[in-house]
Structure formats: structure tokens, C-alpha cells
Design a protein around this ligand. Structure first.
Ligand SMILES: Nc1ncnc2c1ncn2[C@@H]1O[C@H](COP(=O)(O)OP(=O)(O)O)[C@@H](O)[C@H]1O
Ligand SMILES: [Mg+2]
Length: 259
């Protein structure tokens, strides 16, 4: 039984950084293979993972809109493109959705794409989806249910308000969403219990917090993949501690043998 994780939150809060660390966590804990999906139009999950991207699926969507191939069905064509765009690594593969160029309707292309992604994801017990701030695109990309939605925020009142709104958007998604957790990132000694209380007032349960970390910022500045931070880095340790809770809770459910 696998797990699907999706990251959400406004821009700059640390979604991509945490998506990358979650991929690393899963691989290191032998919870693999992982499918990492970069569903942000401004793709950069590859950077935190230290991967080069040559092809995204944006081009494939473009092609799907115009092509009337005689030799291949659209399904076959997109399946071929998905395989070409898949970046294979140790313990995980990365697929970058990219941005379709030009105007017009991608509805048909997106629906084929989502069925191909669903099919692809069968091969991966674990899936981590990095998203852009809005969530509308998620339902166009996958139909699979999401086990853990991780909403990332900075430790501010406004950030928590935004996180509350994102949670509401989640309720409009057509797929099932299991647990929704709030992660307070880039914390610099703010009052945790006050923030947790404020979060609860917006219907959000705080999974925990991750400190603002100079070494992480420095890696990012130098263009070094932040997933390559040492294991004793305080932000990495804090993130892994939060991921432990998610995975442990899931294993616990498995052991009580519901279903
Ligand atoms: N805990 C942290 N400490 C220091 N810098 C951080 C931390 N988390 C994220 N950052 C930095 O904040 C910026 C935005 O992070 P990113 O993961 O790209 O956010 P998002 O994907 O939500 O837009 C990046 O420069 C990243 O390195
Ligand atoms: Mg991002």
C-alpha cells in the first residue's frame, strides 16, 4: 500500500524545498520507488533534487492539441512522451509537467495526460507532488486520491489565513484528500503555541515547524541542491522528524488492519 503526498501553500513558503526533502526521506527510508511530480508551471523541483530537465510534458500537451497522427492514437503518443520526459534516478523518478505554450483549450490533452499519469503512478508506491499556489490544476493532472496534503506557511498571521483558504480549496477538489497538515516553515523563534492556536481557529492542525536555516539558504544561493544538505542540518532534521510522524501514522493504520 502506497502513499501520495501533495505540497500546497503560497509562493516562497518552502513547498519545493520540502517536496525535495520528502523525496530524499522516502528514498533513504527505503519507501520507494518514488514518483516525484513537478506540477508547478515554474518548475524547480529538479533544482532542489539536482536534476537536469530536458523535456517537460508542456510540449507534449501542445503537440496533443494539434496533432492528428495517423500512426498513433493520442494515448499512445502521450504515453511515449511521458516515458521520454521521465528522469530516472536512484530510488525515484521525476516528471516535470511544465507549462503548455500558447492559448487555447488543453482540456482534452489534460484529460489524456491525467489518465496516463494515473497509469504511470501505479508503478510507484510513493508519490510526491509539488504544486503551484493555486490548486485548480491538480484535478486536471491526477485523479488519484491524496493521502497527505502538506500546506506550507511562514509563521505569520497572514500566512496562516492563506493556508486556511487553501484548505478550503482542497475541499472543492474532486479527488479524495486524506489528512491535511500545516507546516510552519522558516521559523525564527516565533511563539509556536500562539501560531498553533491561530491555525486551529482556521481548521488547521499543525504538524510541526522547521527553522529558518542559514546553511539551507546558502545552498540555495549557490545553486547547490538543498536535498544534498548534511543529515545533521537543523532544517533537514526537523523536516525528517515531521515526515516520521506522517509515515508512522500510516503504518499504524495499516497494522490495525482496517479494510
Ligand atoms: N527552512 C528554511 N530556511 C531557510 N531558507 C528556506 C527554508 N525553506 C525554504 N527556504 C528558501 O526559501 C525560498 C523559497 O523556497 P521554495 O521551496 O522555492 O518555496 P515555494 O516552492 O513554496 O515557492 C528558497 O530560496 C528556499 O531556499
Ligand atoms: Mg515551488
Amino acid at each position: 500500500m502506497g502513499l501520495t503526498f501533495a505540497l500546497a501553500g503560497k509562493g516562497g513558503t518552502g513547498k519545493t524545498t520540502l517536496a525535495g526533502l520528502l523525496v530524499r526521506y522516502l528514498v533513504e527510508h527505503d519507501l520507494r520507488p518514488v514518483l516525484a511530480v513537478d506540477a508547478d508551471a515554474n518548475a524547480n523541483l529538479n533544482e532542489v533534487l539536482g536534476q537536469e530537465v530536458e523535456v517537460t510534458l508542456g510540449e507534449a500537451r501542445e503537440e496533443m492539441k494539434s496533432t492528428q497522427s495517423v500512426s498513433m492514437t493520442k494515448d499512445q503518443l502521450i504515453e511515449m512522451r511521458v516515458n521520454q520526459a521521465l528522469i530516472e534516478s536512484d530510488g525515484y523518478d521525476l516528471i516535470v509537467m511544465g507549462r503548455p505554450e500558447g492559448a487555447g483549450c488543453y482540456c482534452a490533452a489534460n484529460s489524456v495526460l491525467s489518465s496516463v499519469l494515473d497509469k504511470l503512478s501505479i508503478n510507484y508506491p510513493y508519490m510526491v507532488m509539488d504544486n503551484e499556489a493555486g490548486l485548480e490544476h491538480i484535478s486536471r493532472l491526477i485523479t488519484k486520491s491524496i493521502d497527505h496534503m502538506l500546506i506550507v506557511t511562514d509563521p505569520t498571521r497572514r500566512g496562516i489565513l492563506t493556508a486556511g483558504r487553501i484548505k478550503e480549496l482542497t475541499q472543492n477538489l474532486p479527488m479524495a484528500v486524506g489528512a491535511i497538515h500545516l507546516i510552519l516553515n522558516q521559523v525564527r523563534g516565533e511563539d509556536f503555541s500562539a501560531l498553533a492556536k491561530m491555525s486551529a481557529e482556521h481548521g488547521l492542525e499543525v504538524l510541526g515547524s522547521i527553522p529558518a536555516d542559514d546553511q539551507l539558504a546558502q545552498f540555495d544561493l549557490e545553486g547547490k541542491p538543498t536535498t544534498q544538505l548534511p543529515g545533521d542540518n537543523p532544517a533537514v532534521k526537523a523536516a525528517f522528524g515531521l515526515f516520521d510522524k506522517l509515515v508512522a501514522a500510516h503504518l499504524g493504520q495499516g497494522m490495525t488492519g482496517a479494510a
